[in-house]
Design a protein around this ligand. Structure first.
Ligand SMILES: Cc1cc2nc3c(=O)[nH]c(=O)nc-3n(C[C@H](O)[C@H](O)[C@H](O)COP(=O)(O)O)c2cc1C
Length: 410
């Protein structure tokens, strides 16, 4: 079992009839030595009194954004949490989480929290099966939320069907598992690269690509949320990295190479998600090229393949470290994508290659989703079409598994 004593878990109770069963969940977690903080919605308080949760957890229960002792209770509660458990998760709660509402303490906490989330949906079967709820659940799962249940069975309305909250023991088990995952990279140093590079033609013009940096930023944030110390070497990007991520801003492929080679020897895990230029202009004009001089002749020369360099020379990296590269391919066929991933893994000397299709409108550069195949030491997995956050979570789980056998450094 994961080490859970002293960890901080938020138990968020929303307004369903199953709220009374969550007393058992909060009690079991508290009995394990977990510091349980309960958040209740106004509807939840109509089902169970806050006093009951205060008694079983030994902590005050938070119910409102305004009027609390802390100036911003949602920020304080979210920042401290190692895990959030939402049980029962009403249809309304799932919708608010998926859409990013923040109009009460519960939803504001969920929007602020960067810790893993376990949700135990409970509702009438019609509500569960409604396409709106189904879409929200898909969104949340793609974002990395773990759903426990619902079970099928007798519902409080007297009907029978899917929508019964999972049993308290199953929720506790999922919470303990998720807590283990939340610190899976504690003590590990992770280097991530993101975004595209810009190769100057003159002081104002460059050769670039359409990479937004979303994939690398999602990986960096997920690694930080799992306890890693993260350095993100980023090409120009509109994004702002989340908490716990140290950003090194670079512009050209050569600047990226310098920053990566500097950080690499201290890093246990290197994930190269940046779209680094393969070619750069041989010369960058010192002054802006004049339109009147006509189209310039630009000679391109190859840049250094940073992933290939790291793969070929283990002396550039921390011994026993894990090296992961991304391969941008215009290849929608998963089988062909898998072949490319396997062959690139071999040729680059990487432990894992994530080949993603950058030729389709819903995958690759500048869109929130990706279609990817992962080739690693245990074989090839076709991830299909997922959000970049979802792919980051899958990748970080794999990385945690790969480094799992070794003790983190002192
Ligand atoms: C007796 C009763 C039982 C309810 N049970 C559920 C339930 O199990 N699941 C659900 O999604 N909504 C249920 N509701 C409706 C929610 O309480 C309602 O949608 C409320 O707005 C949810 O607020 P919250 O998500 O902020 O807690 C129930 C309502 C009543 C009156």
């Amino acid at each position: 079992m994961a080490q859970v004593e002293g960890r901080k878990v938020l138990v968020c109770i929303t307004g369903g009839i199953a709220a009374y069963k969550v007393v058992q969940v909060a009690r079991s977690l508290a009995q394990m030595g977990i510091d349980v903080r309960v958040v209740m919605t106004a509807s939840a308080e109509r089902f169970v009194g806050a006093q009951t949760f205060a008694a079983v957890t030994g902590n005050p229960v938070a119910t409102a954004i305004f009027g609390a002792e802390a100036d911003a209770p949602h920020v304080e509660l979210a920042r401290d949490a190692d895990l959030a458990v939402v049980a029962p998760a009403t249809a309304n709660a799932l919708a608010k989480m998926a859409l990013g509402f923040a109009d009460d303490l519960f939803s504001a906490v969920m929007l602020t929290a960067r810790c893993p989330v376990v949700a135990a949906p409970a509702m009438h079967a019609e509500m569960w099966e409604h396409p709106a709820t189904a879409a929200h659940v898909r969104t949340l799962e793609a974002r990395g939320v773990t759903m426990v249940g619902p079970d099928s069975g007798a519902l409080s309305s007297g009907d029978f069907g899917p929508g019964r909250m999972a049993e308290p023991d199953a929720i506790v088990e999922a919470a303990v598992l998720a807590l283990g995952r939340s610190r899976a990279l504690a003590g590990r140093a992770v280097l991530v690269t993101a975004g595209g590079t810009q190769e100057p033609i003159d002081p104002v013009r460059f050769i670039g690509n359409r990479s937004s940096g979303r994939m690398g930023y999602a990986i960096a944030e997920t690694a930080a949320a799992r306890g890693a110390e993260v350095t993100l070497v980023s090409g120009p990007s509109q994004l702002t990295a989340g908490p716990g991520v140290d950003v090194v801003a670079v512009r050209t492929a050569e600047e990226m190479r310098t920053a990566v080679l500097k950080a690499a020897p201290a890093c246990d895990i290197i994930i190269k998600a940046a779209a680094v230029a393969d070619f750069r202009p041989q010369l960058s004009a010192p002054a802006k090229l004049k339109k009147a001089a006509g189209p310039p002749e630009v000679t391109l020369v190859p840049t250094t393949d940073i992933l290939g360099e790291l793969g070929a020379d283990p002396g550039l990296r921390k011994p026993g470290g894990v090296l992961i590269g991304f391969a941008a391919e215009t290849e929608p066929d998963p089988e062909r994508l898998a072949e490319l991933a396997v062959s690139k893994r071999r040729s680059k000397g990487a432990d894992v290659i994530v080949a993603n299709d950058v030729g389709s409108s819903d995958s690759g550069f500048d869109v929130p989703t990706n279609r990817a195949v992962i080739a690693g030491p245990h074989g090839v997995a076709d991830v299909g079409l997922v959000t970049k956050q979802g792919l980051a979570a899958i990748l970080i789980d794999l990385v945690a598994e790969l480094v799992g056998g070794r003790q983190p450094p002192e």
